[in-house]
Design a binder for this molecule. Structure first.
Ligand code: NAD
Ligand code: UGA
Length: 513
């Protein structure tokens, strides 16, 4: 699709009542009434994205709505429901001016010209496609509600990550219930990463907008592009057809996760051969065709989306008769699971093949630094593996509280590969977990330390003091390669770092899953 509005155009915006006139450099006059945006879903995507739109578009009223009263109350308080660097400042600047948070979903949807839908789209846990397909229950109920309450034409924007062709299903729901109202569906997937959400939103690599290639579809694309053009250079706003936009989002996450599984697979080989994964990744990443980013070996990727979106991709491939393609992508998750199991096995085998009754300090529980989000964090699987061997865990994360950790560890684990063998943790084993508020308490009297999140503060702890207060031999298992292993070895620690040459102690211990 062609870009209608490009660099040579200079936009001037003039707000007259509720009608906005947009004048372009080519003296075309666009008349648009789009001064109100509503976003259904006040989560990790909806909240920050709408806050940035409000910041950059003072002439647009932005309402973020959610069915969760607790979440909305938190958005309206001094303690926002999510931790994200820079978010507080943006929200404080706009809240009460052109940004509001409300549980009155229907009212704000009815009043809006553009409705973003940013509800959760988890993996289905029951029924057809369980373990792989996306659960679109929340999406469908949002679509039905939009159709019910709409009294004027609307642009409905898919912000959630959805299976390719979802827009078609949503279109059917909206048009079959439309009472003569016109709905234009756009796909505008979000690429922000947690921990850097605000800078990603302020300075995106690209904004992707997919729409129908009809005159109405093109108009809708232009309207949404006008919103982003307030701060995003037009050459970074990509316009495609609906299906390409939907699939590009799944593809982008699959490619990113695949890089991590590739480097993690190499980390196992590095340990077996004496190569150093950081050196290998550096050498490989210097090839400009490959590039240096996303090549940090780790205990495994986590987060709410990589696994969910790849499983969704696998399911779509299977449904389209492409089993070989499905198997290819499934392997990215299998290697991720292998990496977590390998890490647990390293710990247990290094500590005389048992951790029963031993105190293990777990530093970091969030799925990455600078977020309090624990969804699909590798820490859950590692902790469960250690508890399974009867370890006593003392967990510290600067942003995750005890309730969250207890909830995560006692939650039924959905085994995507064997959905029938669901095993909840017994409440008694979770009792062997304590959650503390600093790294020194966590490590006192511990036999070993596992670093599971790359929080900066773990680089600069007083490891001599920690060593003095631990049981001996004292072990460090660094799942994020954040500590200076040589320095720690000089203190007396036995150190395991992912993908690095092994200590003599570890060399003869089998650690293959
Ligand atoms: P989230 O769970 O944090 O937020 C979703 C919110 O939607 C919840 O607060 C929930 O109460 C609300 N909700 C559900 N149904 C509703 C309804 N019918 N009406 C009103 N509110 C409703 O999820 P998230 O992390 O923000 O992700 C949202 C979507 O964005 C997902 O599809 C995800 O794959 C995608 N995504 C997430 C990220 C990320 O970093 N988290 C990045 C890019 C894309
Ligand atoms: C990821 C993508 O980066 C975003 O572009 C996308 O929008 C988002 O998923 C989504 O769709 O939800 P996010 O999961 O927030 O963002 O965070 P990432 O920085 O991608 O990290 C994901 C996981 O991979 C983390 O556990 C991280 O520690 C791990 N990781 C990342 C590595 O193990 N090694 C790396 O080199 C990079």
């Amino acid at each position: 699709m062609q870009n209608h509005l490009n660099d040579e155009f200079v936009f001037r915006y003039k707000l007259v009542g509720s009608v906005e006139y947009i004048k372009s450099g080519k003296d075309q006059l666009f008349l648009s009434k789009m001064v109100k945006i509503c976003c259904i879903g006040a989560g990790y995507v909806g909240g920050p994205t709408m806050a940035v739109i409000a910041l950059k578009c003072p002439n647009i009223q932005v309402a973020v709505v959610d069915i969760s009263t607790a979440r909305i109350n938190a958005w309206n308080s001094d303690t926002l429901p999510i931790y994200e660097p820079g978010l507080d400042e943006v929200v404080k600047k706009c809240r009460g001016k052109n940004l509001s948070f409300s549980t009155d979903v229907e009212k704000h949807v009815a009043e809006s010209d553009i409705v973003f839908v940013s509800v959760n789209t988890p993996t289905k846990t029951q029924g057809l496609g369980a373990g792989k397909a996306a659960d679109l229950t929340y999406w469908e109920s949002a679509a039905r509600m939009i159709a019910d309450v709409a009294k004027s034409n609307k642009i409905v924007v898919e912000k959630s990550t959805v299976p390719v062709k979802t827009a078609e299903a949503i279109e059917k729901i909206l048009t079959h219930n439309s009472k003569g109202i016109n709905f234009s569906i756009l796909s505008n997937p979000e690429f922000l990463a947690e921990g850097t959400a605000i800078s990603d939103l302020l300075n995106p690599d690209r904004v992707l907008i997919g729409g129908r290639e009809t005159p109405e579809g093109k108009k809708a694309i232009e309207a949404l592009r006008d919103v982003y053009a307030h701060w995003v250079p037009v050459d970074r706003i990509l316009c495609t057809n609906l299906w390409s936009a939907e699939l590009s989002k799944l593809a982008a996450n699959a490619f990113l996760a695949q890089r991590i599984s590739s480097v993690n697979a190499m980390s196992a080989l590095c340990e077996a051969t004496g190569a150093d994964v950081s050196q290998v990744a550096h050498a490989v990443g210097k090839d400009t065709r490959i590039g240096p980013k996303f090549l940090n070996a780790s205990v495994g990727f986590g987060g709410s989306c990589f696994q969910k979106d790849i499983l969704n991709l696998v399911y779509i491939c299977e449904c389209n008769g492409l089993p070989e393609v499905a198997t290819y992508w499934k392997q990215v998750i299998k290697v991720n699971d292998y990496q977590k199991t390998r890490f647990v096995n390293r710990i247990v085998s290094s500590m005389f093949n048992t951790v029963s009754g031993k105190k293990i300090a777990v530093l970091g529980f969030a799925f990455k630094k600078d977020t309090g989000d624990t969804r699909e964090t590798p820490a859950i699987d590692v902790c469960k593996g250690l508890i399974g061997d009867k370890a006593k865990l003392s967990i510290y994360d600067p942003q995750v509280n005890q309730d969250q950790i207890q909830r995560d560890l006692s939650m039924k684990k959905f085994d995507w590969d064997h959905p029938v063998h669901l095993q909840p943790m017994s409440p008694t084993s979770v009792k062997d977990v304590s959650v503390v508020w600093d790294a020194y308490t966590a490590t006192k009297d511990a036999h070993g330390i596992c670093i599971l999140t790359e929080w900066d503060e773990f680089k600069n702890l007083d490891y001599q003091k920690i060593f003095n207060d631990m049981q001996k031999p004292a072990f460090v298992f660094d799942g994020r390669n954040v500590v200076d292993a040589e320095k720690l070895r000089k203190i007396g620690f036995i150190v395991y770092s992912i993908g690095k040459p092994l200590d003599d102690w570890l060399k003869d211990m089998p650690a293959v899953a």
